[in-house]
Design a protein around this ligand. Structure first.
Ligand code: FE
Ligand code: FE
Ligand code: ZN
Length: 270
């Protein structure tokens, strides 16, 4: 079977990298366009995924989408994108789709959260198999999702909370001010108290170029940032996290990611 085409090729690339799960963008991350997949391509994708026992797959919604926006055109676009991409990713049997909750751009977190809730309600039917994950954010500017409480408020407000989970980004929580370096247990206890650890479905594994509580979002290669190698290995091995799928979003090409994964496997003996 030819694997020349997009999504199947990406899956084969994952196998070549000695990984067993992947994150894809649900459409152009910095625009609005998407390619339709041919039947041949999706069949090939599903075959590779099955034969290699991939763990849960993750689709990432575009960065251009802002469900918290008070600006009508921006908000309507975000509503359309999330509604369409839930359907499109669900039809590929992708287990989770993650989105950045949004930025309120001045109307306040409460009003922004109301917009996000309404945006999710018009997109989530409750009948889909896919789970929608809210990402923990660094809190730059007016970004919502800087605290576990904000994610909890979104989930509590929607009609179908059972369809909403959380993706923890190690770079983002660190820059948001959750001390996963010195007190990982404490951070996870807080997550459990506020949201419940059963809602945690995925981890974005990234080091951070920016310091603790800086509210700046710049990913670094594992071990080359302010979180550091040891602390990130403790994240992977933590009993509350170790069964979860981990996704690297580090600034590397495929060859670099392959080495990064290998180095972590060697250190952990897995
Ligand atoms: Fe993200
Ligand atoms: Fe992330
Ligand atoms: Zn980030």
């Amino acid at each position: 079977m030819s694997i020349a085409e997009g999504i199947a090729k990406a899956a084969q690339n994952v196998v070549n990298m000695e990984a067993n799960t992947m994150q894809i963008f649900s459409r152009n991350p910095r625009g609005s366009g998407f390619r339709s997949y041919s039947k041949k391509e999706t069949d090939c994708f599903q075959k590779i995924r099955k034969e290699n026992n991939f763990g849960p797959l993750l689709a990432h919604a575009p960065y251009t989408m802002n469900l918290a926006s008070p600006k009508e055109s921006v908000y309507e676009f975000a509503c359309m994108v999330i509604r369409e991409d839930i359907v499109r990713m669900d039809s590929l049997f992708i287990e989770n789709i993650v989105l950045h909750p949004g930025s309120h751009t001045g109307i306040g977190a409460g009003a922004g959260i109301e917009n996000i809730i309404a945006g999710l309600n018009q997109a989530v039917t409750g009948k889909e198999s896919i789970t929608i994950l809210l990402e923990t954010m660094s809190g730059k500017g007016t970004e919502i999702g800087r605290s576990f409480e904000e994610l909890k408020a979104i989930r509590d407000g929607v009609i179908h909370p059972e369809k909403i989970g959380v993706c923890l980004d190690t770079c983002h929580v660190f820059s948001a001010g959750y001390d996963i370096v010195n007190d990982l247990d404490g951070v996870l206890e807080e997550f459990d108290r506020v949201l419940g650890l059963d809602l945690l479905r995925a981890v974005h594994l990234n080091d951070s170029m920016m310091p603790f509580a800086s509210h700046k979002d710049r990913h670094a290669v594992i071990g080359q940032g302010q979180i550091g190698w040891e602390a990130l290995l403790r994240v992977i091995e933590h009993p509350a996290l170790k069964e979860l799928p981990f996704y690297l979003e580090t600034p590397q090409d495929d060859q670099g990611h392959k080495q990064e994964i290998r180095k972590m496997r060697e250190a952990l003996g897995v």
